[in-house]
Design a protein around this ligand. Structure first.
Ligand code: AMP
Ligand code: MG
Length: 278
């Protein structure tokens, strides 16, 4: 099954998230059955990123959104672990600083767009400005409602510069979120991640769902599609995201640049001469 076709939000369509099964795990019976495919994807990502870096004709931007504990951090870790840190970056977007808040909402985002040859991952993104900002009325509706088009235009501009954009919405159920919060409370290695605010945000679940549905409808475009990733199973989330990135990079037909020098001449006139001197 091509998970891209299955999980993409077709431009112009409205999805009801309650019709999406957050526990979906494709043709795989369990994580054990997915292990080999996951390892293969990871190996391919490493190879393809090296080509992207060498060729310097394309860039890749991966945008991650999802409710607290949906797995944004875990996905960054997983995807990035497959790649060479040289040529890659991760940028997390938090509450705007005072300086950021004095500018338009895209001002803080643009400097982190990947340059040709680079892969960038956004852990949260400019979409927060139509999500948390909308749910908590941080700006008037007249302001946030214009941002969908501004975002589409911003993303279009990047794609005209050969940046391929993949947007993943990590979708979990409220029950799964609560279970993950419990694990955070109980696991000393994860206690630093939990706060009162995480619980308070749960009261806004339905408003977030509405904001996500609007975001997916208005901003899944042919040039920068959204994918809804069923994320109750972390292993399936990693598998789906790595699969989609792998297929997308593969379609770019990346090729390392041809040598710009005469290798035969260098072998003959330089290498052999150097070798006889050691
Ligand atoms: P975390 O990703 O858990 O470290 O939390 C970052 C926090 O920053 C989240 O609560 C986001 O909703 C918040 N945040 C990110 N971008 C914005 C924004 N543009 N306006 C307001 N809050 C934001
Ligand atoms: Mg958090």
């Amino acid at each position: 099954m091509d998970l891209r076709t299955k999980l993409i939000v077709k431009p112009g369509t409205r999805l009801k998230l309650k019709d999406v099964d957050a526990g979906f795990h494709g043709d795989y019976a369990s994580s054990e059955h997915a292990k080999d495919d996951l390892a293969r994807n990871v190996a391919r990502l490493a190879e393809l990123q090296q080509k992207l870096y060498g060729e310097k004709k394309h860039a890749l931007l991966v945008v991650l959104q999802g409710i607290d504990a949906a797995g944004k951090d875990g996905t960054c870790w997983h995807v990035m672990a497959a790649m060479n840190p040289q040529g890659t970056s991760v940028k997390g977007f938090k509450q705007p600083t005072a300086e950021e808040a004095r500018h338009d909402f895209l001002w803080r985002v643009h400097p982190f767009a990947p340059g040709l040859g680079e892969v960038a991952v956004f852990n949260r993104s400019h979409y927060e400005d139509v999500l948390v900002v909308r749910v908590h009325d941080l700006v008037p509706k007249a302001v946030w409602s214009q941002r969908y088009q501004l975002i589409n235009d911003f993303e279009k501009m990047m794609t005209l510069h050969n940046v391929t954009i993949l947007k993943f919405f990590l979708y979990i159920t409220p029950e799964e979120q609560l279970e993950r919060f419990r694990q955070r409370l109980d696991d000393p290695a994860r206690q630093w991640k939990i706060s009162e605010a995480d619980y308070k945000e749960r009261a806004f679940w339905d408003q977030y769902i509405e904001a996500y549905e609007d975001m997916l409808e208005k901003c899944s475009t042919a040039h920068a599609p959204w994918y809804v990733i069923p994320s109750n199973h972390k292993w399936f989330r990693n598998l789906a995201v790595s699969h989609i990135i792998e297929k997308t990079l593969d379609d770019m037909k990346l090729a390392l640049p041809a040598p710009t020098v005469d290798l035969e001449q260098i072998r003959r006139d330089y290498h052999q001469a150097a070798a006889t001197k050691v």
